[in-house]
Design a protein around this ligand. Sequence first.
Ligand code: C2E
Ligand code: MG
Ligand code: MG
Ligand code: MG
Length: 289
Amino acid sequence: QAKAQGGGRYVVFDASVQKDAIALLQLETDLRLAIGALINTPSTISEFIVYYQPIVSLSTGKITGFEALVRWQHPRRGIVYPGDFIPVAEETGLIAHLDWWVMGEACRQVRAWQKQFSSNNPLTIGINLSSRQFDQSDMVERIDEIIRDTGLESSSLKLEITETCLLENAEKAIAHFEQLKALGIKLAIDDFGTGYSSLDRLHRLPIDILKIDRSFVNSRSDETDKWEIVRTIIMLARNLGLDVVAEGVETADQLFQLKQLQCDYGQGYFFSKPVDAMAAEALLVSQFQ
Ligand code: C2E
Ligand code: MG
Ligand code: MG
Ligand code: MG
């Protein structure tokens, strides 16, 4: 298209590519500094913040736990979302440091909430794992250490991993998962339905939870194909004895459909956006009073 509009377009195109490259380099440098600070200084002055998004039981309407979602409070850019820096952090190998920090921070926070709001069903915390963490031979030991340091029950911790990450790390994942399972930690497949996991592989992995990707859940009621996929995943989960969480619930109508299909849990803007610890605590206060 640039060609059709004349040679001059190439210059504009090149300039913008160069600008992008410089911006990316700057982002990478900033990210390196911000993650470096996590390793060297107390967490209280971190540029990263853990946000918490409630996961709700669809049968009781109560918050049963949260998913930890990281945000980067950049001094000049403002809040940067994971989609804009996690890929960079992954490419540069910085992600693992950040992920360990998020896990420690979120486990500590949820343990504090468990003490503050005691219940027969202790709150759970979902943490996203990245591919890079599987490269670390001491992955399981580090998770075990975080659990012991924070005093969180292992059964309160739910590790989320995408199908793609599973495929990339098939051998290591199975070995690590068996060990994590032995510790009592729960394992969830994130964004389920968007990847290519075979049912055979799924069956062989010690998985506890399927999280249905929001591209299926966040549909109009007349999008019958998508609801058929949701229904099939819920049935699959039930037959394999897995819990199922619908991601990206945004409307009352979607909630209605999910309840009809007897989906166990929901997560999405309809219940709450991801919020900081103070706002998450306020949600718990109103639920427990
Ligand atoms: P995810 O694990 O699938 O997390 C769900 C994403 O969907 C979150 O985006 C959340 O804000 C968003 N979401 C939740 N409910 C709704 C809804 O009703 N509608 C819509 N449109 N979106 C909804 P977020 O926080 O931007 O995170 C994006 C992805 O980045 C996450 O997807 C996860 O894969 C990754 N991520 C987030 N935090 C971390 C982290 O600490 N470590 C790693 N390795 N990855 C992370
Ligand atoms: Mg997730
Ligand atoms: Mg997801
Ligand atoms: Mg995702």
